[in-house]
Design a binder for this molecule. Structure first.
Ligand SMILES: *Cc1c(COP(=O)(O)O)cnc(C)c1O
Length: 493
Protein backbone atom coordinates (compact mmCIF):
# COMPACT_ATOMS: atom_id res chain seq x y z
CA UNK A 1 0.00 0.00 0.00
CA UNK A 2 2.42 2.69 -1.13
CA UNK A 3 1.27 6.28 -0.90
CA UNK A 4 2.50 9.53 -2.36
CA UNK A 5 3.87 10.65 0.98
CA UNK A 6 5.86 7.44 1.39
CA UNK A 7 9.48 7.59 2.29
CA UNK A 8 11.61 5.44 -0.06
CA UNK A 9 13.08 2.38 1.62
CA UNK A 10 16.81 2.32 2.21
CA UNK A 11 16.94 -0.48 -0.36
CA UNK A 12 15.45 1.87 -2.91
CA UNK A 13 17.98 4.58 -2.07
CA UNK A 14 20.83 2.11 -2.48
CA UNK A 15 23.50 2.59 -5.11
CA UNK A 16 26.60 0.36 -5.42
CA UNK A 17 29.69 1.78 -3.78
CA UNK A 18 28.06 4.33 -1.50
CA UNK A 19 29.17 4.11 2.11
CA UNK A 20 27.97 5.91 5.21
CA UNK A 21 31.40 6.61 6.67
CA UNK A 22 34.85 7.65 5.59
CA UNK A 23 38.03 6.53 7.29
CA UNK A 24 41.67 7.12 6.47
CA UNK A 25 43.30 4.28 4.61
CA UNK A 26 44.46 1.47 6.80
CA UNK A 27 48.21 1.81 7.53
CA UNK A 28 48.75 -1.65 8.99
CA UNK A 29 48.68 -4.87 6.97
CA UNK A 30 45.12 -6.16 6.56
CA UNK A 31 44.76 -9.81 7.45
CA UNK A 32 42.94 -12.05 5.00
CA UNK A 33 39.44 -12.81 6.23
CA UNK A 34 40.28 -16.54 6.46
CA UNK A 35 42.71 -15.74 9.26
CA UNK A 36 40.10 -13.77 11.21
CA UNK A 37 37.07 -16.04 11.02
CA UNK A 38 36.39 -19.77 10.94
CA UNK A 39 35.89 -20.64 7.30
CA UNK A 40 32.28 -21.82 7.82
CA UNK A 41 31.32 -18.30 8.88
CA UNK A 42 32.70 -16.61 5.80
CA UNK A 43 30.00 -15.38 3.45
CA UNK A 44 30.18 -16.62 -0.11
CA UNK A 45 28.09 -13.86 -1.64
CA UNK A 46 27.15 -10.29 -0.75
CA UNK A 47 24.56 -9.91 2.04
CA UNK A 48 22.46 -7.62 -0.12
CA UNK A 49 22.39 -4.73 2.30
CA UNK A 50 21.56 -1.20 1.17
CA UNK A 51 24.50 0.98 0.20
CA UNK A 52 23.74 4.56 1.12
CA UNK A 53 25.57 7.71 2.09
CA UNK A 54 25.68 9.02 5.65
CA UNK A 55 23.30 11.92 5.12
CA UNK A 56 20.80 9.65 3.38
CA UNK A 57 20.73 7.15 6.19
CA UNK A 58 20.50 9.84 8.90
CA UNK A 59 17.69 11.66 7.07
CA UNK A 60 15.85 8.42 6.47
CA UNK A 61 15.71 7.43 10.14
CA UNK A 62 15.15 10.98 11.35
CA UNK A 63 12.15 11.29 9.05
CA UNK A 64 10.73 7.97 10.22
CA UNK A 65 11.13 9.03 13.86
CA UNK A 66 9.30 12.30 13.14
CA UNK A 67 6.35 10.33 11.83
CA UNK A 68 6.01 8.41 15.06
CA UNK A 69 3.73 9.44 17.86
CA UNK A 70 6.02 9.40 20.90
CA UNK A 71 6.15 10.73 24.44
CA UNK A 72 8.51 13.49 23.29
CA UNK A 73 6.05 14.89 20.76
CA UNK A 74 2.71 14.36 22.41
CA UNK A 75 0.52 13.15 25.22
CA UNK A 76 0.05 9.37 25.54
CA UNK A 77 -3.00 8.74 27.76
CA UNK A 78 -2.80 4.97 27.24
CA UNK A 79 -4.36 3.20 30.21
CA UNK A 80 -2.67 0.40 32.15
CA UNK A 81 0.57 -0.07 30.22
CA UNK A 82 1.29 3.61 30.40
CA UNK A 83 4.67 5.21 30.06
CA UNK A 84 4.84 7.57 32.97
CA UNK A 85 7.51 10.17 33.72
CA UNK A 86 10.90 9.65 31.99
CA UNK A 87 13.37 12.30 33.14
CA UNK A 88 16.13 12.81 30.57
CA UNK A 89 18.57 13.07 33.46
CA UNK A 90 18.13 9.34 34.04
CA UNK A 91 19.31 8.63 30.52
CA UNK A 92 22.51 10.55 31.15
CA UNK A 93 23.09 8.70 34.40
CA UNK A 94 22.49 5.27 32.83
CA UNK A 95 25.07 6.13 30.17
CA UNK A 96 27.86 6.98 32.62
CA UNK A 97 30.78 4.75 31.59
CA UNK A 98 30.98 3.15 35.05
CA UNK A 99 27.45 1.84 34.53
CA UNK A 100 27.23 1.42 30.77
CA UNK A 101 30.60 -0.17 30.04
CA UNK A 102 30.89 -2.77 32.79
CA UNK A 103 30.79 -6.44 31.92
CA UNK A 104 28.83 -9.10 33.82
CA UNK A 105 31.94 -11.31 34.01
CA UNK A 106 34.01 -8.63 35.74
CA UNK A 107 35.35 -9.62 39.18
CA UNK A 108 33.11 -8.43 42.00
CA UNK A 109 35.71 -6.13 43.51
CA UNK A 110 35.72 -4.06 40.29
CA UNK A 111 31.93 -3.52 40.26
CA UNK A 112 31.26 -2.70 43.89
CA UNK A 113 29.42 0.48 42.91
CA UNK A 114 27.03 -1.36 40.59
CA UNK A 115 26.34 -4.00 43.24
CA UNK A 116 25.79 -1.31 45.87
CA UNK A 117 23.26 0.35 43.57
CA UNK A 118 21.41 -2.95 43.15
CA UNK A 119 21.48 -3.63 46.87
CA UNK A 120 20.18 -0.16 47.70
CA UNK A 121 17.47 -0.39 45.05
CA UNK A 122 16.32 -3.71 46.49
CA UNK A 123 16.13 -2.14 49.93
CA UNK A 124 14.15 0.83 48.66
CA UNK A 125 11.69 -1.35 46.77
CA UNK A 126 11.23 -3.43 49.92
CA UNK A 127 10.27 -0.25 51.76
CA UNK A 128 7.98 0.96 48.94
CA UNK A 129 6.13 -2.37 48.66
CA UNK A 130 6.24 -3.38 52.32
CA UNK A 131 7.79 -6.74 51.40
CA UNK A 132 10.66 -8.48 53.20
CA UNK A 133 12.95 -9.25 50.26
CA UNK A 134 13.21 -8.18 46.63
CA UNK A 135 14.91 -9.72 43.59
CA UNK A 136 15.69 -7.45 40.65
CA UNK A 137 16.21 -10.26 38.17
CA UNK A 138 12.99 -10.60 36.10
CA UNK A 139 13.07 -8.65 32.85
CA UNK A 140 9.42 -7.68 32.54
CA UNK A 141 6.14 -7.59 34.40
CA UNK A 142 5.06 -10.86 32.80
CA UNK A 143 8.34 -12.54 33.72
CA UNK A 144 7.99 -11.25 37.28
CA UNK A 145 4.53 -12.83 37.43
CA UNK A 146 5.84 -16.13 36.15
CA UNK A 147 8.79 -16.10 38.56
CA UNK A 148 6.41 -15.16 41.41
CA UNK A 149 4.20 -18.13 40.58
CA UNK A 150 7.22 -20.45 40.58
CA UNK A 151 7.98 -19.16 44.09
CA UNK A 152 4.41 -19.87 45.10
CA UNK A 153 4.67 -23.40 43.75
CA UNK A 154 8.00 -23.93 45.56
CA UNK A 155 6.39 -22.72 48.79
CA UNK A 156 3.41 -25.09 48.56
CA UNK A 157 5.62 -28.01 47.57
CA UNK A 158 7.94 -27.35 50.50
CA UNK A 159 4.87 -27.93 52.70
CA UNK A 160 4.05 -31.14 50.89
CA UNK A 161 1.08 -29.62 49.10
CA UNK A 162 0.21 -29.84 45.46
CA UNK A 163 -2.13 -27.01 44.57
CA UNK A 164 -3.28 -26.70 40.98
CA UNK A 165 -5.44 -23.58 40.64
CA UNK A 166 -4.66 -19.89 40.25
CA UNK A 167 -7.58 -17.47 40.47
CA UNK A 168 -7.67 -14.25 38.41
CA UNK A 169 -10.44 -11.63 38.27
CA UNK A 170 -12.14 -11.14 34.90
CA UNK A 171 -10.69 -7.61 34.63
CA UNK A 172 -7.09 -8.71 35.11
CA UNK A 173 -4.32 -7.82 32.69
CA UNK A 174 -3.87 -10.53 30.04
CA UNK A 175 -0.43 -11.44 31.31
CA UNK A 176 -1.92 -12.72 34.61
CA UNK A 177 -3.81 -15.72 33.21
CA UNK A 178 -1.03 -16.25 30.65
CA UNK A 179 1.72 -16.40 33.31
CA UNK A 180 -0.38 -18.73 35.44
CA UNK A 181 -0.92 -21.04 32.48
CA UNK A 182 2.78 -21.00 31.52
CA UNK A 183 3.64 -21.82 35.16
CA UNK A 184 1.45 -24.92 34.75
CA UNK A 185 -1.63 -23.85 36.72
CA UNK A 186 -5.31 -24.16 35.88
CA UNK A 187 -6.61 -20.63 35.51
CA UNK A 188 -9.97 -19.88 37.15
CA UNK A 189 -11.71 -16.60 36.38
CA UNK A 190 -13.48 -14.73 39.19
CA UNK A 191 -16.28 -12.36 38.25
CA UNK A 192 -16.42 -8.71 39.23
CA UNK A 193 -19.24 -7.17 41.25
CA UNK A 194 -21.29 -4.15 40.18
CA UNK A 195 -18.72 -1.80 41.75
CA UNK A 196 -15.92 -3.28 39.65
CA UNK A 197 -14.32 -5.15 42.57
CA UNK A 198 -13.87 -8.87 43.18
CA UNK A 199 -17.22 -10.57 43.70
CA UNK A 200 -16.80 -12.18 47.13
CA UNK A 201 -19.39 -14.90 46.54
CA UNK A 202 -17.70 -15.91 43.32
CA UNK A 203 -14.37 -15.92 45.18
CA UNK A 204 -15.68 -18.02 48.08
CA UNK A 205 -17.14 -20.51 45.62
CA UNK A 206 -13.80 -21.08 43.88
CA UNK A 207 -11.35 -20.94 46.79
CA UNK A 208 -10.47 -24.35 48.24
CA UNK A 209 -7.52 -26.49 49.22
CA UNK A 210 -6.38 -26.71 45.58
CA UNK A 211 -6.00 -22.91 45.30
CA UNK A 212 -2.34 -21.95 44.95
CA UNK A 213 -2.93 -18.20 44.69
CA UNK A 214 -5.17 -15.31 43.78
CA UNK A 215 -3.56 -12.74 41.43
CA UNK A 216 -4.89 -9.25 41.98
CA UNK A 217 -4.20 -5.80 40.62
CA UNK A 218 -5.08 -3.11 43.15
CA UNK A 219 -6.21 -0.65 41.97
CA UNK A 220 -7.66 -2.89 39.28
CA UNK A 221 -7.38 -2.28 35.55
CA UNK A 222 -10.66 -0.36 35.92
CA UNK A 223 -8.67 2.12 38.02
CA UNK A 224 -10.70 1.20 41.12
CA UNK A 225 -9.29 0.45 44.55
CA UNK A 226 -10.40 -2.93 45.87
CA UNK A 227 -12.48 -2.01 48.90
CA UNK A 228 -12.62 -5.56 50.27
CA UNK A 229 -8.94 -6.29 50.06
CA UNK A 230 -8.52 -7.25 53.72
CA UNK A 231 -11.47 -9.64 53.53
CA UNK A 232 -10.18 -11.11 50.26
CA UNK A 233 -6.78 -11.68 51.87
CA UNK A 234 -8.43 -13.51 54.77
CA UNK A 235 -10.54 -15.74 52.48
CA UNK A 236 -7.53 -16.80 50.41
CA UNK A 237 -5.17 -17.23 53.35
CA UNK A 238 -7.64 -19.25 55.39
CA UNK A 239 -7.77 -21.76 52.54
CA UNK A 240 -3.96 -21.95 52.56
CA UNK A 241 -3.58 -19.98 49.29
CA UNK A 242 -1.26 -17.04 48.69
CA UNK A 243 -1.96 -13.54 47.40
CA UNK A 244 -0.11 -12.20 44.36
CA UNK A 245 -0.04 -8.45 43.71
CA UNK A 246 0.33 -7.12 40.16
CA UNK A 247 2.07 -3.80 40.85
CA UNK A 248 2.82 -2.82 37.26
CA UNK A 249 1.23 0.59 37.73
CA UNK A 250 2.21 1.49 41.27
CA UNK A 251 1.80 5.22 40.65
CA UNK A 252 -1.64 4.87 42.21
CA UNK A 253 -0.34 3.89 45.65
CA UNK A 254 3.22 5.16 46.20
CA UNK A 255 3.62 6.44 49.73
CA UNK A 256 -0.07 5.86 50.53
CA UNK A 257 -0.38 2.14 50.89
CA UNK A 258 1.73 -0.95 50.32
CA UNK A 259 0.93 -4.43 49.04
CA UNK A 260 2.68 -5.88 52.10
CA UNK A 261 0.28 -3.97 54.37
CA UNK A 262 -2.71 -5.22 52.35
CA UNK A 263 -1.71 -8.82 53.07
CA UNK A 264 -0.02 -9.74 49.80
CA UNK A 265 2.67 -12.44 49.80
CA UNK A 266 4.28 -11.81 46.40
CA UNK A 267 4.49 -8.59 44.38
CA UNK A 268 5.94 -7.48 41.09
CA UNK A 269 6.65 -3.93 39.98
CA UNK A 270 7.27 -2.67 36.46
CA UNK A 271 10.28 -0.37 36.66
CA UNK A 272 9.63 0.49 33.00
CA UNK A 273 6.23 1.93 33.85
CA UNK A 274 6.24 3.40 37.34
CA UNK A 275 9.97 3.95 37.76
CA UNK A 276 10.88 5.79 34.58
CA UNK A 277 12.39 3.62 31.90
CA UNK A 278 10.96 4.62 28.52
CA UNK A 279 9.21 1.65 26.97
CA UNK A 280 7.30 0.72 23.88
CA UNK A 281 8.07 -1.45 20.90
CA UNK A 282 9.07 -4.26 23.22
CA UNK A 283 12.18 -2.57 24.59
CA UNK A 284 13.98 -3.88 27.65
CA UNK A 285 12.13 -3.85 30.95
CA UNK A 286 12.56 -4.81 34.57
CA UNK A 287 9.94 -6.56 36.69
CA UNK A 288 11.42 -7.01 40.19
CA UNK A 289 9.57 -9.26 42.59
CA UNK A 290 9.15 -8.80 46.31
CA UNK A 291 8.14 -11.51 48.77
CA UNK A 292 7.43 -12.01 52.45
CA UNK A 293 9.80 -13.85 54.82
CA UNK A 294 8.31 -17.28 54.21
CA UNK A 295 9.07 -17.12 50.50
CA UNK A 296 12.45 -15.39 50.56
CA UNK A 297 14.43 -18.61 50.49
CA UNK A 298 12.97 -19.50 47.08
CA UNK A 299 13.99 -16.24 45.32
CA UNK A 300 16.04 -16.49 42.12
CA UNK A 301 19.84 -16.55 42.43
CA UNK A 302 22.24 -14.83 42.51
CA UNK A 303 21.17 -12.62 45.37
CA UNK A 304 22.94 -9.32 45.97
CA UNK A 305 24.05 -9.18 49.60
CA UNK A 306 26.09 -6.88 51.80
CA UNK A 307 28.59 -8.80 53.91
CA UNK A 308 31.49 -7.44 55.95
CA UNK A 309 31.56 -4.12 54.15
CA UNK A 310 31.48 -5.70 50.67
CA UNK A 311 28.71 -6.18 48.15
CA UNK A 312 28.56 -9.68 46.80
CA UNK A 313 26.49 -12.00 44.61
CA UNK A 314 25.52 -15.18 46.45
CA UNK A 315 24.52 -18.46 44.83
CA UNK A 316 24.37 -20.74 47.82
CA UNK A 317 20.59 -20.90 48.28
CA UNK A 318 19.58 -24.56 47.94
CA UNK A 319 15.84 -23.90 47.80
CA UNK A 320 16.04 -21.16 45.16
CA UNK A 321 13.98 -21.57 42.00
CA UNK A 322 17.26 -20.81 40.16
CA UNK A 323 17.98 -18.21 37.56
CA UNK A 324 15.16 -16.61 35.58
CA UNK A 325 17.26 -14.21 33.49
CA UNK A 326 20.80 -14.05 32.12
CA UNK A 327 23.24 -12.52 34.61
CA UNK A 328 21.57 -10.05 37.00
CA UNK A 329 18.64 -8.48 35.18
CA UNK A 330 18.55 -5.43 32.91
CA UNK A 331 21.02 -3.30 34.79
CA UNK A 332 20.56 -0.02 32.86
CA UNK A 333 16.94 0.03 33.91
CA UNK A 334 17.88 -0.50 37.53
CA UNK A 335 20.12 2.57 37.32
CA UNK A 336 17.22 4.69 36.03
CA UNK A 337 14.83 3.44 38.72
CA UNK A 338 17.38 4.08 41.47
CA UNK A 339 18.12 7.58 40.18
CA UNK A 340 14.42 8.32 40.07
CA UNK A 341 13.64 7.06 43.57
CA UNK A 342 16.62 8.92 45.07
CA UNK A 343 15.82 12.20 43.32
CA UNK A 344 12.12 12.07 44.17
CA UNK A 345 12.53 11.01 47.78
CA UNK A 346 9.59 9.76 49.88
CA UNK A 347 7.65 13.03 49.59
CA UNK A 348 8.20 13.25 45.85
CA UNK A 349 6.92 9.70 45.31
CA UNK A 350 3.86 10.48 47.39
CA UNK A 351 3.23 13.49 45.23
CA UNK A 352 3.42 11.29 42.11
CA UNK A 353 0.43 9.37 43.43
CA UNK A 354 -1.45 12.53 44.37
CA UNK A 355 -0.96 14.04 40.91
CA UNK A 356 -1.72 10.81 39.04
CA UNK A 357 -4.97 10.31 40.95
CA UNK A 358 -5.99 13.96 40.75
CA UNK A 359 -5.35 14.13 36.99
CA UNK A 360 -7.35 10.97 36.35
CA UNK A 361 -10.34 12.12 38.40
CA UNK A 362 -10.26 15.55 36.78
CA UNK A 363 -10.34 14.19 33.23
CA UNK A 364 -12.96 11.57 34.18
CA UNK A 365 -15.37 14.16 35.60
CA UNK A 366 -14.89 16.50 32.64
CA UNK A 367 -15.68 13.70 30.15
CA UNK A 368 -18.50 12.10 32.12
CA UNK A 369 -21.25 14.30 30.52
CA UNK A 370 -20.18 13.13 27.03
CA UNK A 371 -19.40 9.42 27.43
CA UNK A 372 -20.81 6.56 29.49
CA UNK A 373 -18.96 6.04 32.75
CA UNK A 374 -19.79 2.47 33.81
CA UNK A 375 -18.22 2.77 37.29
CA UNK A 376 -19.15 6.16 38.66
CA UNK A 377 -16.76 6.23 41.63
CA UNK A 378 -13.60 8.02 42.65
CA UNK A 379 -10.91 6.47 40.47
CA UNK A 380 -7.21 5.98 41.14
CA UNK A 381 -4.56 6.55 38.42
CA UNK A 382 -6.85 5.64 35.49
CA UNK A 383 -10.50 5.22 34.56
CA UNK A 384 -12.57 3.44 31.94
CA UNK A 385 -15.27 5.02 29.77
CA UNK A 386 -17.61 3.17 27.47
CA UNK A 387 -18.20 4.30 23.89
CA UNK A 388 -21.45 2.29 23.62
CA UNK A 389 -23.68 5.38 23.15
CA UNK A 390 -21.41 6.54 20.30
CA UNK A 391 -21.46 3.05 18.80
CA UNK A 392 -25.26 3.17 18.58
CA UNK A 393 -24.88 6.32 16.49
CA UNK A 394 -22.37 4.67 14.16
CA UNK A 395 -18.94 5.54 15.62
CA UNK A 396 -17.07 2.72 17.28
CA UNK A 397 -14.46 3.19 19.97
CA UNK A 398 -11.86 2.37 17.34
CA UNK A 399 -13.07 5.34 15.25
CA UNK A 400 -12.83 7.66 18.26
CA UNK A 401 -9.30 6.44 18.96
CA UNK A 402 -8.29 7.05 15.34
CA UNK A 403 -9.84 10.52 15.35
CA UNK A 404 -7.73 11.50 18.38
CA UNK A 405 -4.64 11.12 16.19
CA UNK A 406 -5.84 14.10 14.16
CA UNK A 407 -5.56 16.23 17.29
CA UNK A 408 -2.03 15.01 17.99
CA UNK A 409 -2.91 12.57 20.76
CA UNK A 410 -1.91 8.96 21.05
CA UNK A 411 -5.16 6.99 21.54
CA UNK A 412 -6.02 5.54 24.94
CA UNK A 413 -6.12 1.77 25.48
CA UNK A 414 -9.30 0.48 23.83
CA UNK A 415 -11.46 -2.64 24.11
CA UNK A 416 -9.85 -3.47 27.48
CA UNK A 417 -10.88 -4.40 30.16
CA UNK A 418 -13.09 -6.92 28.42
CA UNK A 419 -16.06 -6.54 30.76
CA UNK A 420 -16.70 -2.95 29.58
CA UNK A 421 -18.43 -2.66 26.22
CA UNK A 422 -16.49 -0.44 23.76
CA UNK A 423 -14.00 0.32 26.55
CA UNK A 424 -11.87 3.47 26.45
CA UNK A 425 -9.24 3.29 29.18
CA UNK A 426 -7.53 6.57 30.00
CA UNK A 427 -4.50 7.24 32.19
CA UNK A 428 -3.35 10.87 32.09
CA UNK A 429 -0.33 10.09 34.35
CA UNK A 430 1.22 12.35 36.94
CA UNK A 431 3.37 14.10 34.35
CA UNK A 432 0.89 16.19 32.39
CA UNK A 433 -0.07 19.76 33.22
CA UNK A 434 -3.56 21.23 33.22
CA UNK A 435 -3.19 22.82 29.77
CA UNK A 436 -2.42 19.46 28.17
CA UNK A 437 -5.29 17.83 30.03
CA UNK A 438 -7.62 20.57 28.76
CA UNK A 439 -6.50 20.13 25.16
CA UNK A 440 -7.18 16.40 25.46
CA UNK A 441 -10.55 16.93 27.12
CA UNK A 442 -11.49 19.44 24.38
CA UNK A 443 -10.53 16.96 21.66
CA UNK A 444 -12.63 14.21 23.26
CA UNK A 445 -15.63 16.54 23.61
CA UNK A 446 -15.25 17.69 20.03
CA UNK A 447 -15.21 14.08 18.83
CA UNK A 448 -18.35 13.33 20.89
CA UNK A 449 -20.05 16.28 19.12
CA UNK A 450 -18.80 15.16 15.71
CA UNK A 451 -20.46 11.80 16.25
CA UNK A 452 -23.78 13.71 16.22
CA UNK A 453 -22.96 16.32 13.61
CA UNK A 454 -20.27 14.99 11.29
CA UNK A 455 -20.21 11.22 11.70
CA UNK A 456 -18.17 10.47 8.56
CA UNK A 457 -15.24 12.55 9.76
CA UNK A 458 -15.00 10.28 12.79
CA UNK A 459 -15.63 7.07 10.86
CA UNK A 460 -12.89 7.82 8.33
CA UNK A 461 -10.28 9.21 10.70
CA UNK A 462 -7.38 9.79 10.86
CA UNK A 463 -7.07 12.45 8.19
CA UNK A 464 -3.84 14.22 9.10
CA UNK A 465 -1.44 11.33 9.59
CA UNK A 466 1.08 9.91 7.11
CA UNK A 467 -1.02 6.78 6.65
CA UNK A 468 -4.77 6.86 7.08
CA UNK A 469 -7.02 3.98 8.14
CA UNK A 470 -5.08 0.75 7.85
CA UNK A 471 -6.61 -2.53 6.87
CA UNK A 472 -6.09 -4.14 10.26
CA UNK A 473 -7.80 -7.42 9.36
CA UNK A 474 -5.50 -8.08 6.41
CA UNK A 475 -2.50 -6.97 8.46
CA UNK A 476 -3.42 -9.50 11.15
CA UNK A 477 -4.41 -12.34 8.80
CA UNK A 478 -1.80 -11.99 6.06
CA UNK A 479 1.13 -10.14 7.56
CA UNK A 480 3.98 -9.31 5.18
CA UNK A 481 6.88 -9.37 7.57
CA UNK A 482 9.80 -9.21 5.23
CA UNK A 483 10.73 -6.77 2.50
CA UNK A 484 11.27 -8.69 -0.72
CA UNK A 485 14.57 -7.45 -2.08
CA UNK A 486 14.14 -6.52 -5.72
CA UNK A 487 16.88 -7.16 -8.24
CA UNK A 488 19.34 -4.53 -7.05
CA UNK A 489 22.98 -4.17 -7.91
CA UNK A 490 25.42 -4.48 -5.05
CA UNK A 491 29.13 -3.95 -4.72
CA UNK A 492 31.13 -7.13 -5.11
CA UNK A 493 32.64 -8.55 -1.93
C1 LIG B 1 2.05 -3.84 31.74
C2 LIG B 1 1.33 -4.67 32.69
C3 LIG B 1 1.74 -6.01 32.92
C4 LIG B 1 2.82 -6.71 32.12
O1 LIG B 1 4.07 -6.07 32.11
P1 LIG B 1 5.10 -6.35 30.93
O2 LIG B 1 6.37 -5.72 31.38
O3 LIG B 1 4.53 -5.74 29.70
O4 LIG B 1 5.25 -7.83 30.79
C5 LIG B 1 1.06 -6.74 33.88
N1 LIG B 1 0.01 -6.19 34.54
C6 LIG B 1 -0.41 -4.93 34.35
C7 LIG B 1 -1.57 -4.40 35.14
C8 LIG B 1 0.23 -4.13 33.41
O5 LIG B 1 -0.20 -2.88 33.19
Amino acid sequence: MRQEKDQPLLFELSSPGRVAYSLPECDVPELPVEELLPVTYIRKKAAGLPEVSEVDVVRHFTELSRRNQGIDNGFIPLGSCTMKYNPKRNETLARLPGFALIHPYQPEETVQGALELMYNLQTELEEITGMDQVSLQPASGAQGEWAGLLLIRAYHESRGEKRTKVLVPDVSHGTNPASAAVAGYDVITISSNERGGVDLDSLRKEVDCSTAALMLTNPSTLGLFEENIMEIATIVHEAGGLLYYDGANANAILGYTRPGDMGFDVVHLNLHKTFTTPHGGGGPGAGPIGVNKELARFLPTPIVEHRKGRYTLTYDHPESIGKVKGFYGNFGILVRAYAYIRTMGPDGLKQVTENAVLNANYVMRKLQPYFDLPYDQVCMHEFVLSGKAQKKKGARTLDIAKRLLDFGFHPPTIYFPLNVEEAIMIEPTETENIETLHRFIDAMIRIAREVDEDLETVQNAPHSTIVNRLDEVTAARKPVLRYQTPELEYSKL
